[in-house]
Design a protein around this ligand. Structure first.
Ligand code: HEM
Length: 231
């Protein structure tokens, strides 16, 4: 599916729905260096993560920072879903895409491997987590935009980045962050979540859908700050 620019978005027999709208906006915000087939923007010299992944120079320290900040983001997402009070997010529970357990193990592994000490998320991930907690309460369409972009970006570009970093600094060792073992694996989990997202958005007005789509830029900005820690 990855060989064709529309791989994830258009499986045969699957309802396209609102996820396809979110995907189109997300792809337009990639640089051509990030996604040669679908990216619409130019690389920004001041933002290392917009350059080709092949030019990145990761270190153990930078990668540990990235994983630590990422854990804050996934813990926020997953706590919001698990403790859902609104009735909007509860159905996303245990869908197979959850990443916090994997990240906790990977963080310990990277600390051991590079002899680094544990740190707290204090930067981009902390900021993203706070944003998510606020949006979950005030604006489900905006929260859902982040939910889609964080989990689906990680399954696409994120996986590519994981392979590259592993080649460069981990002798090819694959981290659990990039392995989806539960609920039938990655493809089944993505399909399940795509259907849940489509169902959720069917309850929204056009105005709410547009508010969701317009949040995509914020998601790129916040995730970009995290990726910059590895680049
Ligand atoms: C999809 C690369 C950052 C959100 C993709 C695809 C590529 C890619 C190549 C196409 C996958 C395919 O359909 O075959 C990258 C690279 C990035 C990056 C190299 C940074 C260095 C981001 C960021 C976000 C994002 C920051 C949002 C926060 C998405 C989404 C998709 C996608 C939502 C669609 C996934 C799907 O259809 O299942 N990315 N991306 N990406 N990316 Fe990124």
């Amino acid at each position: 599916a990855h060989g064709h620019g529309h791989g994830h978005g258009a499986a045969v027999g699957e309802q396209k729905g609102f996820v396809e709208e979110m995907r189109r906006v997300a792809m337009s915000l990639h640089t051509r260096e990030q996604a040669p087939r679908e990216g619409g923007k130019r690389a920004d010299a001041s933002k290392a993560e917009t350059r080709p992944v092949a030019t990145w120079t990761p270190t153990g320290e930078g990668y540990l920072n990235f994983l630590t900040e990422s854990l804050a983001v996934y813990e926020a997402m997953e706590t919001i879903v698990e403790t859902d009070a609104s009735g909007v997010y509860g159905k996303f529970k245990d869908n197979g895409l959850e990443r916090s357990d994997a990240l906790r193990k990977d963080i310990e592994y990277i600390e051991r491997r590079f002899g680094l000490s544990k740190r707290d998320a204090s930067g981009a991930g902390r900021e993203y987590a706070e944003t998510l907690k606020a949006l979950a309460k005030t604006s489900p369409p905006e929260f859902i935009c982040h939910y889609y972009n964080v989990y689906f970006a990680h399954s696409a570009g994120g996986r590519m980045i994981g392979r590259k970093v592993s080649e460069l600094i981990l002798d090819g060792k694959e981290l659990e962050f990039y392995e989806w073992k539960k609920n039938g694996g990655l493809e089944a989990s993505l399909t399940r979540v795509r259907n849940l997202l489509n169902e959720t958005a069917e309850q929204w007005t056009r105005e709410e859908k547009d508010r969701c789509l317009e949040e995509t830029g914020k998601s790129f900005q916040l995730s970009g700050q995290l990726l910059r820690l590895i680049a």
